[in-house]
Design a protein around this ligand. Structure first.
Ligand SMILES: Nc1ncnc2c1ncn2[C@@H]1O[C@H](COP(=O)(O)OP(=O)(O)OP(=O)(O)O)[C@@H](O)[C@H]1O
Ligand SMILES: [Zn+2]
Length: 432
């Protein structure tokens, strides 16, 4: 045997040994991860002791939670309490999805975000808060807008999805994607003092959102928290119940726990009462969950619903430039005779207003009796009228309505409303 052959064999043995070591290392890693998921550690036992001793939850329930993954869409009023209870209960993996940043109008209900995190993304703010409570929970930060281009890829890697969003296009998108991928969807909503909760697409007979609402509501019939208001404790009730239902789904409704599927829970915070109504069964011709689904891939959900999924840069363009004035132009006209109509709701008008403005809510303006009164009562038909609201959308609707009725009148919208007034004219004027 030549010296050359000996050194070649030595090299081969060294390479085989190195490969063998790698494989052993990988095997140990795999054994460790499996045993971590299959067993409770001493820390787990101490931390979760109060739920471990529940007879219908116990070690089996805790392990199930540890092995389950949950995607929370929306880290706002519902997503904050829902994720808080899921992370602290010991769920294995949580995906936090939201495109938005923390603002101070969030604090009264979005309980994971803090003053020091204003301007940060909601997902990173929530990550910090949740990790501080349970460092064992694996948390994925998904700082994106969920749309038909990314929904399937994101949702497929989670077991259970929680709809904590606040708009109709996202509700349809989540429903259709969860149906297509066979994922249960825990759906919650809260507005003013009312809340609703149900679990869609759970089990063989579970109904889906489209079984109940095959078509979206007209955009005008939809109000969100930014416009209609909401009490923080109400979102707390519904978000916490979403976490409870998600835990029951993870445990597959065993141990005497009945998942809220095919039933809708209605919460009335004003009287503090809960009502549960049965939902009729799955629609045979449902375009999402029937045997012949009809939802095209990459459906444009914003177009389908006629509404935006994101409240960023929402600016109506109803009027022509000559029918509008900027806040700077309006400021220069302040000393001259005119009427200033603020078309916000009375509760908003009470928060803050411009001097000499009169509160004429949009709803009143759109009422025929107002138009009649206006026709008869306005003495000076040449008096210019300026219309104003919070962000310059409702004021355009009001101005357009009046311009159509009284084309000869000088009626103009103040572009950008009170928000523009704050940013361009008076930083001391409050915004909300
Ligand atoms: N398609 C979507 N993709 C990602 N996040 C979404 C989507 N739709 C809604 N959201 C998020 O869901 C959350 C809903 O929560 P909520 O209505 O309490 O908050 P908000 O939008 O901050 O409220 P406000 O109307 O007061 O501004 C928001 O943080 C919003 O950014
Ligand atoms: Zn359906």
């Amino acid at each position: 045997m030549s010296a050359e052959e000996i050194s070649r064999l030595r090299l081969e043995i060294a390479e085989l040994n190195a490969a063998c070591n790698d494989k052993e290392k990988r095997l140990r890693e795999l054994e460790n991860t499996t045993s971590v998921i299959d067993k409770l550690s001493n820390d787990d036992i101490a931390r979760y002791s109060r739920q471990l001793i529940l007879p219908n939850f116990g070690v089996r329930g805790q392990l199930k939670l540890k092995q389950s993954s949950f995607l929370i869409v929306g880290m706002g009023g519902l997503g904050c309490p829902a994720s808080l209870y899921l992370a602290s209960a010991g769920c294995g993996r949580l995906g936090l999805l939201d495109y938005d940043e923390v603002e101070c109008s969030n604090f009264h209900r979005q309980i994971l975000h803090t003053e020091s995190r204003v301007g940060k993304s909601k997902v990173s703010s929530a990550y910090e808060a949740l990790k501080a409570i349970n460092s064992h929970c694996q948390i994925d930060m998904l700082g994106v807008l969920l749309n038909s281009g990314n929904a399937s890829e994101i949702i497929q890697s989670y077991d259970i999805v929680l709809d904590c969003s606040d708009n109709v296009p996202t509700r349809y998108l989540l429903n259709d994607t969860c149906v297509a991928l066979g994922k249960p969807l825990i759906s919650g909503s809260a507005l003013q003092l009312d809340g609703q909760l149900t679990v869609y697409n759970y089990g063989e007979a579970g109904v889906c959102y489209r079984c109940l609402f095959p078509m979206p509501p007209p955009p005008k019939a939809v109000t969100n928290c930014g416009d209609g208001g909401v009490l923080g404790a109400v979102t707390g009730v519904i978000g916490s119940l979403q976490a409870l239902e998600a835990i029951k789904v993870a445990l597959n409704g065993t141990g005497g726990m009945e998942v809220l599927s095919k039933r809708l829970l209605i919460f009335d915070g004003a009287s503090c009462s809960f009502r549960c109504v049965s939902l009729r069964g799955r629609r045979k011709d449902c375009s999402a969950c029937s045997n012949v689904p009809l939802i095209p891939n990459n459906l444009d959900y914003e177009k389908f619903c006629g509404m935006q999924a994101s409240d960023k840069d929402y600016a109506l363009k109803l009027l022509m430039p000559m029918q509008r004035v900027s806040v700077e132009e309006y400021k220069d006209l302040i000393g001259k005779p005119h009427l200033l109509w603020d078309v916000r709701q009375p509760a908003e008008f009470e928060i803050c207003k411009l001097p000499n403005s009169e509160n004429v809510p949009l709803k009143t303006i759109l009422d025929d009796s107002f138009v009649e009164r206006f026709k008869e009562q306005l003495q000076d038909k040449t008096l210019p009228i300026f219309v104003l609201c919070r962000r310059g959308n409702d004021s355009q609707i009001a101005a357009q309505h009046m311009i159509n009725k009284f084309p000869k009148h000088n009626i103009r919208d103040i572009s950008g409303g009170l928000h523009a007034w704050h940013y361009k004219i008076d930083p001391n004027f409050p915004i909300y």
